[in-house]
Structures are given as C-alpha cells and as structure tokens.
Ligand binder design. Structure first.
Ligand code: NCD
Length: 301
C-alpha cells in the first residue's frame, strides 16, 4: 500500500484487509512495548474541518507512537481558507510540509479531491455524509477480536442514522469481503441506508424488531447526525427512535458485541457501558494500532 491514498472502503481487497488486521495486531504489541521509532523524521499533517475527538487524536497518537511528528489544523476559521484559499492550494502546501495527510471535510467527495492535488498519501478521516474508511478498519479489527469473522455465520445489524452515518457506509462495504455475514439495516425510513451502500440480500427494517435484538452477533449503533439534516423537524421526529438500555441488552445474545463509532448522544444509556456486550470504548482504543498500521503501510515503512 506504499504511497496509496485511503479514500473509500471500496478500495480494499480481501488480502489488503487481512494485511491491515495483521499489521494492526503487530502495532498493538508494539504499543505494549512502549512504541517504535519506525517513523522518526516523518510528519503527519492533520487537517480537520469538522469536529473530531477520536479520529484526529488517534491519528496523532498513532504517528507519535511511531516516533514521528504532527502538524495540525483543526479550525477552518484559523485557516487561510477563510481568506479565500481553496482547499486544493492548502493541500499542495501541506503536502510540501508533511509526509502523509489525514483530512476530515464537510462535503462528500472532498477527500478524493484533496488526494488529486496532494503530493503525499491522503487518509480520509470522514468526508461529510460520504465515507469514513479508516473507522471501518478499526471497526473490523474490533469485530475480528471478538468473532471468527469469515469463519462462522455472523449477523450484523446497523441501527440509527444510516443515511448520514458515514461510518456505516464504509463498514458495510468492508464486511462484503467476508463469507457468512448477514447484514440488516434498521432505521426510520427518512434516514435509511442509501441504495449505493446496500446489496439486494441485505435486510431493511424501520423498527427495531425482537429478532434483531435477540439474534444479532454485532449491533452497530450510530448517532442521529443532527448537523446533516436539512429539516430540523424531521430530526426532532427521529432523534429518539432507538434507545438501548440494560433491559434491551439483557435480551441480546451473551456474546453479542455492541459497537458505536462515538460520540453517543442518547442512543445508548450509560448503564449499558459496564455490560460485557458494550465494546465501544475498546473500539475507540483500537483506533491507535489500526491507524499506526495504516500510516506505516502508506509510508512504506
Ligand atoms: C463518527 C464520525 O465522525 O463520522 N465519529 C468518529 O469518527 N468516531 C461518528 C459520528 O460523528 O457520529
């Protein structure tokens, strides 16, 4: 993957996914040993034009744990873009300072545009309501830790805002590579999964059925993406559509994993956090070894 951009989850082959999982496991061991010097002299440029906690900080932590350094821009109001500089120019400039760029943009397709102008690899940290491929890889890594993915049948249910939830768009594509995975999409109709991300044999539900709760092996919950709704009345109507509490988790399979890319608002009650099915904090931690693996891969180190 030397010098490659990471723009969409559709770009990975099964072999590349396996390679990233293996490399992430290695990175986890390296982290336990205190980090590495693999990227000494290398710089990550982090350009985040939408709010972010986990993605930006785990990218930055990943580079620091590899012995590299970080330059970052996190608020467009402090950027030359407020003076009228176009993103293409910013990318050319930062690509001259850094060896790899992680970028989060407000508009779908903008990470691809950035890659077009960048002299260095671009890692898409979320492009509007489009995709979030590096999140999909850490989600996959988390699932693979708890389930024999590709080796046993696995029922995966995505629940929440599936129209604007970019992490769902990417993870659904990644899961296609593994045999035996049954995918269900559960959301209010107005925010259902866009056709481009679903396959004909996926199941679509507009209510959270008993079957989904009791039979799923992985339940991937997402936040209603308030900032992406055009119609606030519509947001008000759906904002409390699904709320996971301890009683609901009690009905799940004991080995079920509840994932969430975070941040959560009200869709998973805090009482769930201590239950064994809750894997979302561990999932967020996995962002570091997986992003270390990606940085090392695209830099060819
Ligand atoms: C998600 C995102 O930014 O798409 N968060 C993340 O990167 N972990 C999910 C969200 O904002 O709801």
């Amino acid at each position: 993957m030397d010098k490659q951009h990471i723009l969409s989850a559709t770009q990975f082959s099964r072999t590349e996914l396996e390679l990233i999982l293996d490399r992430s496991r290695e990175m986890e061991a390296i982290l336990l040993g205190g980090g590495s010097k693999m990227c000494v002299g290398k710089i990550l440029g982090a350009l985040f034009y939408e709010p972010s906690t986990r993605t930006r900080l785990s990218f930055e932590t990943a580079m620091l744990r590899l012995g590299g350094e970080v330059i970052s821009e996190t608020d467009v109001t402090f950027s030359s873009q407020t003076k009228g500089e176009v993103m293409e120019d910013t990318i050319r400039i930062v690509g001259g300072y850094a060896d790899v760029i992680a970028i989060r943009t407000k508009t779908k397709g903008e990470a691809k545009l950035a890659a077009h102008y960048s002299p260095v690899p671009v890692l898409n940290g979320g492009d509007g309501a489009g995709e979030h491929p590096t999140q999909a890889l850490l989600d996959l890594y988390t699932i693979a830790k708890h389930h024999r993915i590709g080796e046993e049948p696995l029922k995966v249910a995505f629940v929440g805002d599936l129209k604007y939830g970019r992490t769902v768009h990417s993870l659904a594509q990644v899961l296609r590579h593994f045999e035996g995975i049954e995918v269900s999409f559960v959301s209010p109709e107005v925010i259902q999964i866009p056709a481009e991300y679903r396959k004909t044999d996926d199941q679509i539900f507009h209510e959270l059925s008993d079957e989904v709760i009791t039979e799923s092996d992985v339940i991937y919950v997402t936040r209603m993406q308030k900032e992406r709704f055009d119609d606030m009345e519509q947001f008000q109507e759906v904002k409390n559509a699904f709320i996971f509490d301890a009683e609901m988790v009690d009905r799940m399979k004991p080995g079920c994993s509840i994932l969430h890319p975070l941040p959560r608002v009200n869709e998973i009650r805090q009482e769930v956090d201590a239950l064994p099915q809750a894997k979302y904090f561990e999932q967020a931690q996995n962002g570091v070894p997986v992003r270390m693996a990606l940085i090392a891969e695209v830099l060819g180190v």
